[in-house]
Design a protein around this ligand. Structure first.
Ligand SMILES: Nc1nc2c(ncn2[C@@H]2O[C@H](COP(=O)(O)OP(=O)(O)O)[C@@H](O)[C@H]2O)c(=O)[nH]1
Ligand SMILES: [Mg+2]
Length: 319
């Protein structure tokens, strides 16, 4: 070993105190100890760079609005890269993305060009009729498939970006300032509250939480979890399975930002170093969860902070 190399990194996370470590499970302690000496410096940092990742499957009907929203984002274009993973699509999704890429990267005015615009294709041969996609018995397979898609996407697309932003292809609205707004909290993982808007009268709209995957454990949910078998799988939003979690619409008005234990993927800002340290989307049960909630649990087990904004809204199409 060259003598000039430091014996031990003086950067990165400070050592974990034994009282801090005592609050983690054995599994989490092992993960934490593995990551404790990672220094945050890289040779080619691209400060403020943002990689937007979107998995898509038969998403053609939503793509025009997807790009209209991206175009409204107040974030320097030359700092933004886009990457899509198309799977199992039978509609025009892939063709439309190829046309969009040509427009943005070759024909559009310079100031509309993205730093990168990548389209990947990977089929998983998983067919699930859209109207069946919320049946409880389909969730384990469906969410594992989504986890595979997300892992495929970030492991292929992530270069030296500093931030990763997951945006689903079927959002209806988010505020143009959202990227700066979320970054300002400087959290490892942060999500706004994803709502859906339904008509409830001639001129009336009713907003309810769409994404029930953003939650905080409660005393009741923890004691429910203690009684589970190792291979029991948890999902939200089913009357037949009460998880007793606290969702983003269960917080008081003054609770602007709250720690979470589960997140969804509709709009999720992640510091790229979280993914780079190996935290992806479990395709196996991790603490009874897979995909995005498994990701949140895994991030927390690695010592990262996971947060939600109960009163900052984005909107999903009626689905
Ligand atoms: N690449 C890929 N994308 C998918 C797959 N399934 C869903 N998607 C996309 O992932 C995002 C979330 O899926 P969606 O069905 O809207 O989930 P929901 O809103 O939670 O019901 C959307 O952009 C979909 O187009 C898949 O198997 N592969
Ligand atoms: Mg959706």
């Amino acid at each position: 070993m060259p003598s000039w190399l430091p014996k031990k990194s003086s950067h990165g996370k400070p050592g974990w105190s034994s009282s801090e470590l005592a609050t983690y499970t054995n599994e989490s302690r092992t993960i934490l100890m593995n990551n404790k000496d990672v220094a945050p410096q890289t040779l080619d940092p691209d400060n403020d760079s943002l990689l937007i990742l979107t998995p898509v499957k038969n998403n053609a009907n939503h793509l025009a609005r997807y790009f209209a929203l991206i175009d409204k984002l107040k974030y320097p274009r030359n700092k933004v890269s886009l990457a899509f993973l198309v799977s199992d699509s039978t509609d025009r999704t892939q063709q439309m993305l190829i046309e969009s890429k040509k427009w943005y990267q070759e024909q559009a005015p310079e100031d509309m060009r993205f730093k990168r615009f990548d389209i990947y294709r990977q089929d998983f041969y998983y067919a699930l009729p859209r109207e069946q996609r919320h049946l409880r018995e389909k969730q384990r397979d469906r969410r594992i498939m989504m986890a595979r898609a997300r892992n495929y996407l970030w492991t292929r697309a992530l270069e030296n970006e500093q931030w990763v932003l997951w945006i689903d292809g079927d959002l209806e609205y988010y505020p143009p300032s959202i990227v700066h707004d979320l970054m300002a909290y400087d959290k490892d993982v942060i999500v706004p509250n994803c709502l859906v808007r339904r008509r409830s009268g001639l001129d009336k709209w009713k907003h309810t939480v769409y994404d029930r995957n953003a939650w905080q454990e409660t005393r009741k949910s923890r004691s429910m979890i203690k009684k589970l078998k190792d291979d029991d799988f948890l999902v939200e939003g089913y009357k037949s399975l009460k998880t007793h979690r606290k969702y983003l619409d269960n917080f008081a008005k003054n609770e602007t930002i709250v720690p979470l234990d589960g997140v969804g993927g509709t709009f999720t800002l992640v510091k790229a170093r979280v993914h780079r340290s190996g935290v992806g989307f479990p395709t196996w049960l991790f603490q009874h969860q897979v995909e995005t909630e498994g990701f949140a649990k895994l991030a927390k087990a690695n010592g990262y902070g996971v947060f939600g904004l109960p009163y900052y809204y984005v909107r999903h199409v009626v689905g």
